[in-house]
Design a protein around this ligand. Structure first.
Ligand code: ZN
Length: 339
């Protein structure tokens, strides 16, 4: 069996849908025209993944402006219009965030219609990405809860209810995105894993958690440049995630200073190894990808390796992102020769 392939989640949006190469772009259209254009963009995102040879596809997050805000702003208790500036990811960068003004309630399905549509586009495995509880906490301004943990569990219950409806429309994999896990190690141990497990409790589909060093935006690139020659964040996080309910852990490896031996800390989890660098416009060759997979194979048995991108590709150049999809699939195939 060749190595399985997937992507972390997002793909660039076409310029006719939203401002290109932005992490929080302005939509080009509104109302029914916007919804129609989002579906067209989803058709392209899914078909480009399939054309490249990616096995488990996503909707490319074509119907949300941002991977966190797209979920948070549609919850009861979140005032999407009361937007405030705050430092996020331990003040790595400032972001304008919605405000939690009351009890978090999931008053209506959030990404369910988008995925019902995406489901019609492929018979193969379909993955939905949802921000995890801690990343949600870290991307809002809280004026209602007494602690980050309390707010985190409120988000977790909303995610759990959303997942149940997503499974009903036929998704195969749910992935919670927790870049905040790579920042707040004490909180991951204190309540982050429990909140993650609350969100995933009852999920009858495959489950995954994505922990990364972020999009290839300047603030992240600068942060990474100051992390030194050996990035030991995963050495803190993976042993904790190994005890979580998530079946798969999606992490960054390509083009990074992540020491590959941390992969051995993932317990018995499947690891979606990032073999595509999203912080570089250079398109990997299939041989580059194969070499990264070979590195992972030193620490993981083949059956626990999935090949993925380091993170979402939303802010990238579109042609580069699509070329990277092809490199990912071709490299995974190359590494599979002889298996
Ligand atoms: Zn990521």
């Amino acid at each position: 069996m060749p190595f399985s392939t997937t992507i972390a989640g997002s793909l660039p949006k076409p310029a006719w849908l939203a401002e290109p190469e932005r992490i929080f772009p302005t939509w080009r259209l509104e109302g029914p025209d916007l919804a129609d254009a989002q579906r067209d963009a989803t058709r392209i995102a899914v078909s480009e993944q399939l054309r490249a040879g990616i096995e488990t596809v996503t909707d490319g997050e074509q119907s949300r402006r941002h991977f966190v805000h797209g979920f948070a702003e549609r919850l009861g208790g979140v005032d999407a219009l009361k937007r405030q500036n705050r430092g996020i990811r331990d003040d790595r960068y400032d972001a304008v965030c919605p405000t939690v003004t009351g009890e978090i309630r999931r008053t209506a399905p959030i990404h369910v219609e988008e995925m019902r549509f995406a489901r019609t586009l492929t018979d193969g495995p379909l993955k939905i990405t949802i921000p995890g509880p801690m990343t949600l906490v870290d991307t809002v301004v809280d004026e209602a809860y007494s602690s980050r943990a309390e707010l985190g569990f409120a988000f977790a219950r909303a995610i759990r209810d959303e997942i149940a409806d997503l499974i009903a429309v036929g998704i195969d994999v749910v992935q919670l995105d927790e870049p905040a896990f790579n920042v707040y190690f004490d909180e991951v141990a204190a309540w982050g894993i429990d909140a993650l497990d609350t969100a995933l409790s009852g999920a009858s589909c495959a489950t995954a958690v994505h922990v990364c060093y972020g999009y290839g935006i300047p603030a992240n690139v600068q942060w990474k440049a100051n992390l030194g020659e050996r990035w030991d964040q995963y050495a803190h996080v993976l042993p904790l995630l190994a005890k979580s309910q998530a079946e798969q852990i999606s992490i960054e490896l390509a083009g990074s200073h992540v020491p590959a031996e941390v992969l051995a800390l993932a317990g018995d989890k499947i690891v979606a190894v990032g073999v595509i660098d999203v912080a570089s416009e250079r398109v990997e060759t299939p041989d580059d990808v194969r070499a990264t997979i070979e590195l992972a194979r030193r620490y993981l048995p083949d059956e626990r390796i999935v090949c993925s991108t380091n993170c979402g590709m939303a802010p990238m150049n579109r042609d580069v992102a699509y070329a990277k999809l092809r490199a990912l699939a071709e490299g995974a195939l190359l590494a599979s020769v002889g298996l």
